[in-house]
Design a protein around this ligand. Structure first.
Ligand code: ZN
Length: 413
């Protein structure tokens, strides 16, 4: 790995220096409110300057769902209520404790704790489990004002990245591809962190562990090599004109990446302008076909739309790299064509089935055939392209420069 002079980018740190002002008003639907618990404090990482990786609050999406998860610690642990200095509980090990929202606080097993937050701190890193998945760091249970329990893994950015590159890329890919992924994922995480702490969508959560941000599997697939490759790029991020690059990435661009601003709320930046790829051809994702009936398309676009009938789907605007940018949909009950951002159209139809927006449409009467290329939104780094470049001997700074042209690689700690 090429060595880079460590540069502290003041502008980046300033934009990161945003503390979420979280105000919780107790209006509970499933839990009738009685006392007013103390408000959730702002995340402890004020980011006024980074001497090391910030601590992230990663919401575990599946565990924060309807099914109450169980929390285990394979070794000594302490439990803190509402960020008090002294632990309220401690033990030699914690076997499968079910946790859920209680009427006035949080259930730890059968015990109701009148707290807004409960933090489980293992003495030994890596001994924490939520359900069947093992995690580094600590666990925080946050009860929302709507009576929902959010399960949050508190973990430093660098350790988090080992779990991310294991979830977002195949670990048998070349070193240079995984290092490239680590830098992109670190930059993207900081960009998301800045955004979510400025305008928190979920109190106490920076972002989630699923495709809404980056896939993070805890320690599930992480190994020593993943940790070493993340460590090789420690603190390295991409900046452009002194600001963090929204380092979006996707699986396979199908031949050409696209301008980010056509699909996401990001500025029109040279690093996200889109370019010919040429390194992801000849993979199993190069071409695919999928058929949707017009009825299915109507059901997915208008889930509460009654008997809406789709009469025509067409590509209204094509992006420079060949992906659809806007999709028009005509229905029998209106003369007005609805126009969708192609990214949203794809998400509505199911992103694993309609793999990308780089498709040609064929009207088969009762259905449409989508004949497409690639997988993912097509913006930023093409992961299969990164692998293709790494296979040809390119190193990660060269791969990053190829897919984020003009971005500067800097080290912030
Ligand atoms: Zn590509």
């Amino acid at each position: 790995m090429q060595e880079f002079v460590g540069i502290v980018v003041k502008a980046v740190l300033q934009v990161l220096a945003v503390v979420a002002a979280i105000t919780l008003v107790v209006t509970v639907h499933s839990c009738v409110s009685r006392p007013t618990p103390p408000p959730v404090a702002a995340p402890e990482t004020a980011l006024t300057g980074l001497s090391g990786p910030p601590v992230l609050a990663i919401g575990l999406a599946a565990a924060s769902g309807a099914q109450p998860p169980s929390v285990s610690v394979d070794g000594p642990y302490r439990i803190f209520f509402d960020r008090q200095a002294d632990p309220s509980r401690a033990g030699a090990s914690l076997p499968g404790l079910p946790v859920s929202c209680s009427p006035y606080g949080i259930f730890l097993g059968n015990e109701e704790v009148l707290a807004r937050e409960v933090e489980v701190v293992p003495d030994r890193d890596g001994s924490l489990r939520v359900g069947k998945r093992t995690y580094h760091g600590r666990l925080r249970l946050v009860r929302s004002d709507a009576g929902r329990l959010f399960v949050v893994n508190l973990i430093d950015l660098e350790t988090y990245l080992s779990g991310v590159i294991s979830g977002e890329m195949k670990l048998d890919w070349p070193d240079a591809a995984l290092r490239t992924q680590a830098v992109a994922a670190r930059t993207y995480a900081l960009w998301e962190l800045k955004r979510s702490r400025a305008e928190p969508a979920t109190p106490g959560v920076d972002f989630f562990d699923d495709v809404s941000a980056q896939v993070y599997l805890g320690m599930e697939r992480e190994n020593a090599r993943a940790r070493r490759l993340v460590e090789d790029t420690r603190g390295q991020i991409l900046v452009f004109a002194g600001a963090l690059v929204p380092a979006l990435y996707h699986s396979n661009c199908g031949g050409h990446t696209e301008p980010g601003h056509l699909y996401f709320e990001v500025a029109d930046l040279p690093p996200l302008a889109g370019r010919k790829c040429g390194y992801c051809d000849h993979t199993s994702l190069s071409s695919w076909k999928v058929t949707y009936t017009k009825r299915e398309i109507a059901e997915r676009l208008f889930p509460r739309g009654g008997k809406k009938v789709v009469t025509k789907v067409r590509v209204v605007e094509t992006a420079p790299g060949g992906h659809a940018a806007r999709i028009g949909v005509a229905t029998s009950d209106s003369t007005k064509e609805l126009v969708y951002n192609a990214k949203d159209f794809r998400l509505a139809l199911g992103p694993d089935r309609l793999r990308s927006t780089a498709f040609a449409l064929r009207d088969l009467g009762a259905s449409y055939e989508f004949a497409g290329r690639g997988w993912g939104h097509g913006v930023g780094l093409c992961q299969y392209g990164a692998k293709g470049m790494a296979d040809q001997g390119f190193q990660s700074p060269e791969i990053l420069q190829y897919y984020y042209p003009g971005a500067e690689l800097v080290r912030i700690y």
